[in-house]
Design a protein around this ligand. Sequence first.
Ligand code: SF4
Length: 660
Amino acid sequence: FGLLSPVMEQVRVCARNLLYGNAERYEGSFEYGLLKVAGVRLLSAGKVHETEEDETALYMDRENYRKAVVSKGRLVGVILYGNLSGSERMLSMIKSGEGIRDFSFLIKDLVVEERELKPEDMVCNCNLVSYGELLKAIRGGARTLEDIQRLTKASTSCGSCAPLVEDILKKHVKARPQRINKVEEYKRAKHPFERNLMESLINWAEDGDWQKVPEEDREIGLKWYGVFYRKATPGYFMVRVRITHGKLSSEQALVLAHLSKKFGKNDVDITSRQQIQLRWIELKDLPKVLEAIEAVGLTTLQTGMDNIRNITGDPLSGLVEESFIDTLPIARRITEVFLGKKQHADLPRKFNLALLGSKHDCINCRFNDLCFSLAVKDGKLGFNVYGGGKIGSGGPEPALDLNIFLLPYEAVEVSKTVFELYSDMGNREDRNKNRFYFLIKELGIEGLKKELERRLLRRLQEKGEDLVEKWGEREGIIRQRNGLYAVSMIVPGGIFTGEDLEAVAYLSRKYGSGELRLSVYQNVYIVNVPEENLSELLSHPIFEKYPISTSPYFTNLIACQGSRTCAFGVIENKPDALKLASYLSQQLPTERPIRMHWSGCAKGCGQHGAGDLGFVGTKMKEKGEVLLAVDVFVRGRKISTVPLSDLNEYVKKMIMEGAV
Ligand code: SF4
C-alpha cells in the first residue's frame, strides 16, 4: 500500500550519504495507497477530497474511473481505478508540484503514449528502473512481464507500473521479430540443467546407440556437461575437463591418463585454455568416464556452449618471483560462484575470463571477454580490467580498456556482477553478434561502467599503472620463489598421449611435489622440483620427445584441433603448424619468441588474433583449382591469404624482411 516507496527513498538517501558524506537530506516521502485485490487496481494519492477553491476533473468508462484534484494550477491528488497507466507520471507531477495547463493528462495515459517517454524517464519508481533500461532488457530477450521483473526488478514492488511495462512490452516485443536462435530456443523450452540429461545419459549408454540420443540433446544439451558429440568422428564423443589455471595433481593426471588409454585411443589434447580433452569416447563408456573424472575432484561441467569457460591464469601463479598476486584461489572462488548454478549457465554466449597476477603475460589475457591484468594504484597491487576480447565472431579484437582498477578481493564480486549483467543485457538473437564485446559496443565503456556501478551500489576506481612487461611462454628450468624449480616440457600443438601423461604424473611424484601445470601454449610444467633432482629428472627419455626448451617457433605455438577431429576445421591445422615451425627452426634459427597461433577455421579456437603471427584455415581458388590455404594475420590484422603449399617460403620471407 505505497509503504515501500518511502522506505526505498530513505534507503537511497542513506546510501548516498554513506558513500559521499552529507550529500542529501531526506525530505519526507509522498504518500499514496495502492490496492490490488482480485484483479481490482485502485490508486489513491494526495488530496482526493476537493475543497471549494479546488478544481476537479472526472473520467469514467466501463472499466475505468479517474479523478484529479487541482489546486492553484497544480495537481494535488488523484484517484485511479482500473487501468493505472500514467499513475507514475501523475505521482511525479504531484511530487514535483509542476504547473498544469489542462486536464488531458488524466486520460492520455489510458493509451500509452510511449513515444513521449525518454530513455532516462523512470517507469518504476520503487526500483528506479528507467524506460531505457526496459528497452535494453527487451533487446536482451525479455518477452513477458516476468522476464522484465527478473531482469530489471521493475514492477516487483508496488506493481503500479505493471500496466505501463506491459504496454511497452506489447509494442516492442511485437515490433521486433522474434529471431531467437536454435540454442536459445532449446534453453527456453527447458534449461539443460532441468532436463535430467545425466540420468538419460545412463540409459542412452546402456542402449549404446548414439543415433538414438535426441539430436538437440546430443548437439546442444550435453555440452553443458562437457560432453561433445563430434561429427568428424562419427560415433565418438569428446569430453573436456575443466582445470582451473591448468593446475593438476598427479592423482588427477593418472586418472585422465588411464581413461585416455582405456577408452580414448590413448589421445590427450592439452587445450589453449589449460584444459585436457579426451577423445574417441564411445557412448557406452561416457558415464564411467564422467564419474571417474568427478571422483578425483575434476569436472567437465559447463566447458561448452553458453557458459563461463575454464578460467585461465599464469600456470606458475604463486610460484615464481614475477607472480605478484596468486590468482588461483581467486579463480577457484569465482568458479565456485558459477559452477552448477543455472542462473550463471544461461549466458547469451560463451564467456572467457582470464586472471593475470604476473608481470609476464603468458595467457594472452586481453583476448578474453574479461581480463584482470596486474596493476598498481596508490601503492596497492590489484588488477586493471579489460573487457570484450574475442577471436571469432567477426574477427579478433583485443579487450577494451574499461578504465577500472580492482583490488584482489573485489575480483570475485565484480566478475559475478559482469556475468549477471551480460546474462541480463546481452543479445540473444544472433549468435554471431552476441559475445560480450558487442554489448560493450552497444553500451559504450562509460555506459557499461555505470551499469556495473549501479549493480554493485558503489563507484569503481579508475585504472592503475599496468605492470605487465613481458609476453609469451616461459621455458626451461625456472627457479621458483621457494628455491625449488619448475621444469617445462614443450608439447607442440598440445598433442599428448595417455602414456605421456601417465609418465609425467609419475615423474612429478618422484622428482617434484606430484603436481603439474598446463599452459595456454599447450605445454606442461613439472613444479616444485628440488635442485638435486633436476639432472635425474631431465635424463628421462620423455624429454627427448618433449624437450624442456626448443626453438621459440615450437615453444610459443598454439594450434587447435583442425579437420581431423573437428567438423568445422578446414585444414588439418596441427600438422600444418608443426610443419611450419619445423621449417622455420631449420631455416631461420632465432632466440626471439615469435608466437604462432593456428586456428583450423574462423571460429578461432587457436587464438590466431593474439599471436605475432596468426593462421586461419580457409580455401582459395587459383587457376580454377580449389586449394587449402590460410588467412595470415600479423598481430591480429589479416594481411593475406596464402595456399598452404606456399606458406613456408612466404613466412620465411616475412620474417627475414622484418614484417613480424
Ligand atoms: S577453430 Fe575451428 S577447427 Fe579449430 S577447434 Fe575451433 S571450430 Fe574446430
